[in-house]
Design a protein around this ligand. Structure first.
Ligand code: HEC
Length: 174
């Protein structure tokens, strides 16, 4: 009894006295932060045939514009769009309505400009072109490094085709 007590005390002391610096990981915080930082601004050229009046593409664009993710989206996802991603996880959409008003928006936000009648107001007037809308949706930092808008293509939140669907939706007559 006495012996085992002495032993456990000895073990305790040696555990306390041991040098664990080689065992305990001391991560380099700057490396961790670097990983979380966004990649530099991506400049993207709109692929050929990107803007379309295909109602299916526009329906997908609209769904991604008006919903946060597959789980909270009401109704069936339109043809060609899934509510789960390739790993079976809840697919993230744009939730663009959180910041932008547009035709049919329920509680559209006003952090970003109102995108209602976009084609008439911005494109036909010559202020913007299709490439601008594509790039802005893909990586909005291009003309505003301090933008509050989400970065969608550089972060791979969306792929090229999805950016085209959303862009086609914004430009479509509604
Ligand atoms: C957190 C807020 C926020 C979200 C979410 C957001 N935006 Fe924006 N958006 C902005 C702001 C703010 C601007 C104004 C310019 C800037 O600061 O970059 C803008 C500008 C734009 C413009 C340019 C309008 C113009 O011609 O001047 C387009 C197009 C656009 N957003 C599309 C989208 C799309 C598509 C989504 C969803 C994928 C989206 N935005 C999500 C905040 C947001």
């Amino acid at each position: 009894m006495k012996k085992s007590l002495t032993l456990s005390l000895l073990l305790g002391v040696s555990l306390l006295a041991a040098d664990y610096s080689g065992v305990i990981e001391v991560p380099d915080a700057s490396k961790i932060i670097e990983k979380d930082l966004l990649a530099p601004v991506g400049i993207y050229k709109m692929p050929k045939g990107c803007i379309t009046d295909d109602p299916k593409a526009i329906a997908r664009g609209s769904f991604m514009f008006h919903n946060l993710n597959g789980e909270n989206a009401k109704g069936e996802a339109p043809e060609g769009l899934k509510k789960v991603d390739a790993h079976g996880k809840n697919k993230q959409y744009g939730n663009c309505v959180a910041c932008h008003n547009i035709e049919g928006a329920i509680g559209g936000g006003n952090i970003g400009p109102d995108l209602t009648a976009y084609n008439d107001v911005y494109v036909k007037s010559g202020i913007r072109d299709h490439q601008f809308v594509y790039q802005k949706t893909a990586d909005p930092r291009v003309d505003n490094p301090n933008t509050n808008m989400t970065v969608n293509l550089t972060t791979k939140l969306f792929n090229e085709r999805e950016i085209c669907d959303i862009t086609s939706y914004i430009l479509s007559p509604k």
